[in-house]
Write a protein that binds this ligand. Structure first.
Ligand SMILES: Nc1nc2c([nH]c(=O)n2[C@H]2C[C@H](O)[C@@H](COP(=O)(O)OP(=O)(O)OP(=O)(O)O)O2)c(=O)[nH]1
Length: 151
């Protein structure tokens, strides 16, 4: 868990009093070869074309795992098995203050289908996709740290 706020695209202060936090469930899908899935943000969304891990906002009453399961069916056509809560990161964008709940996922069913016009790529470190969304960059660092010192 990171207590720090990552401030992106602007000089806002770290004082977030009164700003609503949007909760976001994010899946780090890891395949049998140790690769992880990145997808590009669809046309029409903020930061369109930037690469990220698939996921989306929690709806009212949903848990992170429920939201992630719904979002991945909607966005990439797969039904995930267990979502293992991994790290959280608070990110202050101009458009929103978001709390990203990153989960590792090792099992899913179905074939990848990009339902929103995204691109996808199975990646290893260092990633070949660019640009990577600012709120996604810390995840690559965490993966590097784990690769250097596996638990
Ligand atoms: N899915 C995802 N979102 C991320 C990552 N990193 C990061 O900063 N974000 C931010 C971008 C957005 O502000 C927010 C996700 O919101 P979104 O707009 O993609 O969610 P959504 O699919 O529910 O969108 P919508 O229903 O409003 O169209 O989280 C990441 O790795 N994956």
């Amino acid at each position: 868990m990171s207590a720090e706020v990552l401030v992106v695209d602007g000089g806002r202060t770290a004082d977030q009093a009164g700003r609503p936090v949007t909760e976001v469930a994010v899946g780090v899908l890891i395949d049998a070869q140790g690769r992880f899935l990145l997808t590009s943000r669809p046309p029409g969304k903020v930061y369109a074309g930037y690469w990220e891990f698939p996921g989306g906002k929690l709806e009212a009453g949903e848990s992170v795992e429920e939201a992630l399961r719904r979002e991945l069916i909607e966005e990439i056509g797969v039904c995930i098995g267990p979502a293992h809560a991994w790290r959280t990161q608070l990110v202050d964008y101009p458009h929103a203050l978001v709390r990203l709940h990153f989960c590792k996922v090792y099992a899913w069913s179905g074939e990848l289908q990009m339902h929103e016009g995204q691109q996808f790529s199975w990646e290893r470190l260092p990633v070949q996709c660019a640009p990577v969304l600012a709120g996604t960059v810390p995840v690559l660092r965490w993966l590097e740290e784990e690769a250097a010192a596996p638990r």
